[in-house]
Design a protein around this ligand. Structure first.
Ligand SMILES: [Zn+2]
Ligand SMILES: [Zn+2]
Length: 112
């Protein structure tokens, strides 16, 4: 869900929660690696819980309707690992988000 959606839900339960404090909490959780930030483009960001099992996946985002699907790809993981060996950084984490148009949007042609 987006930070706005989360803030909306929390504020429905407790009026003392401000949007700013939700953003701060999200930033902390993201730093701790408990949340995963997914850029939807146009400055919108979605947050996902990282599952306890440390499941790793990447995202495909439809730029028209915002639908997000996850995928895994061993070749992609291997390519990133190889790349990280050439880089003067120790790569701890990575995220890959592919943008495009989902099948529903490309088939319908009518923007929702
Ligand atoms: Zn779509
Ligand atoms: Zn990966």
């Amino acid at each position: 869900m987006t930070a706005e959606e989360l803030a909306g839900r929390l504020m429905a339960k407790d009026r003392r929660v401000s949007t700013a404090s939700v953003y701060r909490a999200l930033a902390v959780l993201t730093e701790l690696g408990l949340l995963h930030k997914v850029s939807l483009g146009e400055g919108r960001t979605r947050f996902e819980l990282v599952s306890a099992g440390g499941e790793h996946h990447h995202h495909l985002v439809c730029d028209r309707c915002g639908r997000t699907v996850t995928f895994e790809d061993d070749d992609l993981e291997g390519a990133i690992r190889k790349l990280s060996e050439r880089m003067p950084y120790e790569i701890d984490a990575h995220e890959v988000t592919l943008h495009g148009t989902c099948s529903a949007c490309s088939a319908g042609g009518v923007s929702a």
